[in-house]
Design a protein around this ligand. Structure first.
Ligand code: FES
Ligand code: FES
Length: 175
């Protein structure tokens, strides 16, 4: 099996029924999709499969053989955030951040599909299956609407990792 993840094609060696979530996190070291409920109920594992949001915890990797997968790592750079990422930052739409990758991927798909400003009801529907235990949802919905309208400033002076700073990687952990 082969996957193209954030533009990089890889041969996959995990068994065919392995959830895409675990292939991304444990085989390819792509850790923005989070292992939350792992039952399809929380949304934090959401990635784009050929542009459409999918719960990677419920997606056997064999079902997406040959697909193009986009995760949070593929939508922006620390020095150049995507509009949705920048809006989340500006609107304080993340607190612990555990839900944020899935929220941003679903919101990105919504805005790409709509191609222009999205209304509050559309955001609520797109993020309906995504749970956040920190922020409440008002700031998240505001951020998605602002991003869709281009009402996002030029975010600068983000904290940057120091060279040699250890990354937090615990094999099999959900974070
Ligand atoms: S971890 Fe996939 S929906 Fe919760
Ligand atoms: S920011 Fe903590 S769960 Fe959403």
């Amino acid at each position: 099996m082969r996957l193209t993840v954030n533009g990089i094609e890889s041969e996959i060696s995990s068994p065919p029924l392995t959830p895409l979530l675990h292939v991304l996190r444990d085989e390819l070291d792509v850790t923005s999709p989070k292992a939350g409920c792992q039952q399809g109920g929380c949304g934090t594992c959401t990635v784009l499969v050929d542009g459409e949001p999918r719960r990677s915890c419920l997606t056997p990797v064999a079902a997406v053989d040959g697909a193009s997968i986009t995760t949070l790592e593929g939508v922006g750079e620390p020095e150049r955030l995507s509009p949705v990422q920048a809006a989340f930052y500006e609107k304080y739409a993340a607190q612990c951040g555990f839900c944020t990758p899935g929220m941003i991927m679903a919101a990105t798909a919504l805005i790409d599909r709509k191609g222009g400003p999205v209304e509050r009801d559309e955001v609520l529907e797109a993020l309906g299956g995504h749970y956040c235990r920190c922020t409440g949802y008002v700031k998240i919905v505001d951020a998605v609407m602002a991003a869709s309208r281009g009402e996002v400033g030029d975010v600068q002076d983000l904290p940057v990792s120091e060279a040699g700073e250890p990354s937090v990687e615990v094999h099999g952990s959900p974070a």
